[in-house]
Design a protein around this ligand. Sequence first.
Ligand code: ADP
Ligand code: MG
Length: 267
Amino acid sequence: MTTALKINDLSAAVDGKQILDGLSLEVPYGEVHAIMGPNGSGKSTLCHVLTGKPGYKVTGSASLNGDDLFELSVDERSRAGLLQSFQYPTEVAGVRLRDFLLEAADERGLGPDDAMARIEEQAVKFDMGRFLDRALNDDLSGGEKKRSEIYQLAVLGPRVALLDEIDSGLDIDAVKQVAKAVEGMRSPDLAVVMITHYSRILRYLTPDRIHVMIDGRIVDSGGHELAEELEDGGYDAVRRRLGIEKAPEDGPQRKPADFFTDTPFDV
Ligand code: ADP
Ligand code: MG
């Protein structure tokens, strides 16, 4: 079977600043991979470049199910099965979750009967039934919004799901809920890339593989022992073990927050 997501030697720069620097990664169908990295390591940039946000100077390659992503428009990438969940899901007054999903499913090419069946079936699985006739994300708690994001992905049936900081800003009960929802996404037709800053969520779910991202590249990959190392010694422990020097701080690290996906503050 073709690999779901294959990234080879991917580099990206914006405004002359190198952010991704020779990143390679393969995620097969049926697997959940975690990418862990400190703030500013380029995790959100990786999502932006894969989904096709303009403005980056990109080299290297990325393919989804064997198709070259960089030859596709944003829209085509989505239709090919690449979906990203929002870090800060937006509240949309006046648009019910059910109607939003029917519209999105139509764009995705699902027939109305199929879409309705999936909406109901997945609502049971993710316990979202009571939110279907409420406005999108309106008055949902942080954990419920993230669960809703995962539910929406499950209805739309992507091939590759990018979950950017799905667990940030959540209390521990919500993290557990989200971890359960991510486990609930597992399917032989789907590859999940779960991006996180903290090892905390990895106490409640077991990815098939964990990758550590520092300075725009994957510096180590492995199993749960990597999460334990990070839990004990943080990213500095990984740097020390691999002999990666900390880049000198070059002024304020953060750019103004990206409205949809970036962390607006240092956590
Ligand atoms: P992460 O998601 O891992 O926290 P980001 O991908 O958001 O990291 O950012 C990586 C680095 O690139 C940060 O130092 C950030 O300030 C910088 N960066 C991201 N986007 C831009 C941009 N449009 N212009 C300048 N610097 C940027
Ligand atoms: Mg980020």
